[in-house]
Design a protein around this ligand. Structure first.
Ligand code: MP5
Length: 219
């Protein structure tokens, strides 16, 4: 029998392939990504990571004792990640402040927070695993495909580093252990949340690639 995290990936495979091989990623790897498209992703992902901090902090507060330390380390890593965004923004003259969330980023972040507050710990942990595994797989695919160094290389390195890979592996193993201790009903809910997170990840690439806007404010 395959591990639970493998079952989740298998179940979501058609969506996961887009998470991993979206046109945004293909063009980043090829070095043909338009600057404004990459900048849109960067600005929105900065806002996303900023909100991932409270998401992880809520999870940490609800975690079994044995998971507190590793989740605390993951929380510290997020602050260092924000610094990478800030450094690249300075180097490439990208504004990070004064940018509002686009609809998909907003919805995804609300989903994260609602899950952390309102669902069981194994369910919320599934969403964390899905989001981190998405970035590991997507940026690993970029790194494997790229022929030349990207101006955005620091992002590629960030989500393909051995430390990040180990963290995601740990998340997968921990998720397997959590799933073992739950009911089949709970596991079905975890499958559903994994798929939903994968769908948000696709929408996030779509948003970066195509652009998105809120309806005009009423007069
Ligand atoms: C991650 C991210 C990875 N930065 N953005 C999206 C849309 N999904 C997943 O999370 P982290 O916390 O940056 O490693």
């Amino acid at each position: 029998m395959s591990a639970f995290h493998e079952e989740l990936l298998h179940h979501a495979e058609p969506v996961w392939k887009i998470v991993r091989e979206h046109q945004f990623l293909a063009e980043t790897a090829a070095g043909t990504i338009p600057r404004e498209v990459f900048v849109r992703w960067m600005q929105q992902d900065y806002l996303f990571v900023r909100e991932a901090i409270p998401f992880l902090a809520i999870l940490l507060a609800r975690a079994p004792t044995a998971l507190r330390r590793p989740l605390g380390e993951a929380l510290a890593a997020l602050s260092r990640e924000l610094e990478v965004f800030e450094r690249l923004a300075r180097e490439h003259q990208v504004a990070l402040e004064g940018v509002g969330m686009l609809p998909t980023c907003h919805a995804y972040v609300q989903f994260l927070l609602a899950t952390a507050y309102g669902r069981s710990f194994p369910e919320a942990f599934t969403v964390l695993y899905a989001a981190e595994k998405a970035y590991l797989d997507a940026w690993t695919w970029v790194k494997e495909k790229q022929q030349a160094t990207s101006p955005w290389q620091a992002f590629i390195e960030q989500w393909t580093s051995p430390a990040f890979r180990e963290y995601v592996q740990w998340l997968g193993q921990t998720l397997d252990a959590l799933a073992e201790g739950t009911s089949e009903t709970m596991r079905a809910a975890m499958r559903e949340l994994f798929l939903l997170t994968a769908q948000y990840e696709v929408r996030f690439w779509d948003m970066a690639w195509e652009g998105e806007r809120w309806p005009e404010a009423l007069p």
